[in-house]
Ligand binder design. Structure first.
Ligand code: AMP
Ligand code: MG
Length: 410
């Protein structure tokens, strides 16, 4: 049992060998979505650029107002978004102001329209209330301060980052080059879509699963097809892939069967780590280098491919792409609705169905048969149930950790 490598140890060993890619380019703002920033983005000015109103109402001086009785103020001008008021506000005066409009000089508070009414002589009556300086005023620089790093190198550009850079007037964005990933399947029994299956053959589903998982991470990858269980073919494909890619991912042929050539072929190409990871599904896992490319040899079973991708490869791609953060899947607690089979000694990533409870917590139950070839367990599931090494059988009502599938994108 103890020659098996614990999941956390395998992950640590892989990540310690992954180096972020170099290379940067400048792309138009809209093209930066899904790219990793190669430098900090420094705010060239304050955002917002000036104190402005958070409400439609009246800008005035807080010191004029009373908590005990209503206050009458004379309107001396208007301030609209894009049309500031040049008039300053003295004691006893106010300026009519709209949301986003600049706070006039002298004013330090905005009173929302609903807390006012107009007096007989056209003056504005402010209803008595406890009021603090700065209420309903958005301070200059409260979003971003000039000279501060508004975004950090290594951050991925989501819609919010795009919008934030636009608010800074940024037209071109410094980004890391995109990762180049290649993948292929190994196995003489595999047929590509469109081919007719004869007895003993299966369609190569892993390649399509891998392509889809990579695509959801924003990675355009090269599909190198099916490679036969043959050392020379494997060696040739690996070398060609390594010349043009940062990462190579394969499925199948990673164990020690007679038709498993990943191990000997990789051994000729330098440093290779092979593990029997103490996990289920997905025990045999290979990681190594082919030239400058990182190589991941995933097991052939379709569920193992997905589990290994999300538990190991995803974080490695994250680091290789130069992203900050660890790329680990978020884990939350859930209460089991039914017993779960489990033997101590390895981590299991069971497929589960999570549902919300009325109190805001989560419950989870198994999808049923947990065989590593049963891909329908993944389509029925909406989370992994992570049962740690030391854990034995789980009874109803126990708390377990789950990783929601929602959010596996990006
Ligand atoms: P292997 O790791 O090569 O021993 O494969 C383990 C199991 O996964 C076998 O039943 C294979 O037929 C199956 N398998 C391997 N590669 C694929 C693939 N690309 N698509 C679907 N099933 C596969
Ligand atoms: Mg095989």
């Amino acid at each position: 049992m103890n020659q098996w490598t614990p999941v956390a140890e395998a992950r640590r060993l892989i990540l310690s060998r992954i180096k972020p890619i170099n290379g940067e380019s400048w792309v138009p703002l809209r093209d930066a979505l899904g790219c990793v920033l190669s430098r900090d983005i420094v705010a060239p000015f304050n955002v917002p650029g000036h104190d402005n109103s958070a409400m439609d109402g009246f800008a005035c001086r807080a010191a004029d107002l009373s908590a005990e009785k209503d206050t009458a103020l004379r309107v001396v001008g208007d301030s609209f978004a894009g049309h500031p008021c040049t008039q300053s506000v003295d004691s006893g005066q106010c300026v009519k102001i709209m949301t986003g409009a600049q706070i006039p000089i002298g004013a330090d508070i905005v009173i929302p329209q609903e807390e006012t009414h107009t007096g007989d002589a056209g003056e504005i009556i402010i209803v008595s209330s406890e009021r603090k300086v700065g209420t309903h005023v958005r301070a200059a620089g409260e979003d971003l301060r000039r000279g501060d790093a508004a975004l950090s190198a290594g951050q991925l550009c989501h819609p919010a980052e795009i919008g934030l850079m636009a608010s800074l007037g940024i037209v071109e964005v410094p980004v890391k080059r995109k990762l180049r990933v290649a993948f292929f399947s190994t196995g003489d029994e595999l047929k590509s879509l469109g081919d007719t299956l004869i007895e003993g053959e299966v369609y190569d589903s892993n390649r399509h699963t891998l392509a889809a998982m990579l695509q959801q991470l924003g990675i355009k990858a090269t599909d190198l097809g099916v490679v036969a269980d043959e050392a020379a073919a494997l060696a040739e494909t690996l070398d060609a892939a390594a010349a043009h890619h940062d990462v190579i991912i394969t499925s199948g042929g990673a164990s020690v069967g007679e038709a498993d050539f990943i191990r000997p072929v990789l051994a000729e190409r330098g440093e290779v780590l092979f593990w029997k990871v103490a996990m289920r599904p997905g025990r045999p896992l290979a990681y190594g280098k082919v030239g400058n490319a990182d190589f991941f040899g995933l097991p052939g079973n379709p569920v193992s491919v997905m589990v290994c991708f999300y538990q190991f490869v995803r974080a490695a791609l994250w680091k290789r792409a130069g992203r900050i953060g660890d790329g680990m899947l978020p884990t939350i607690p859930a209460i089991t609705l039914a017993p779960l089979k489990k033997a101590p000694g390895r981590t299991e990533f069971q497929r589960g169905i999570m549902s919300p409870k009325q109190d805001g917590n989560w419950t989870v139950r198994s999808t049923g048969d947990q065989g590593s070839g049963i891909l329908s367990s993944m389509t029925q599931a909406n989370c992994f149930i992570v049962l740690e090494d030391s854990r034995g059988a789980v009874t109803t009502g126990e708390t377990v950790q789950i990783q929601p599938f929602e959010g596996l994108v990006g």
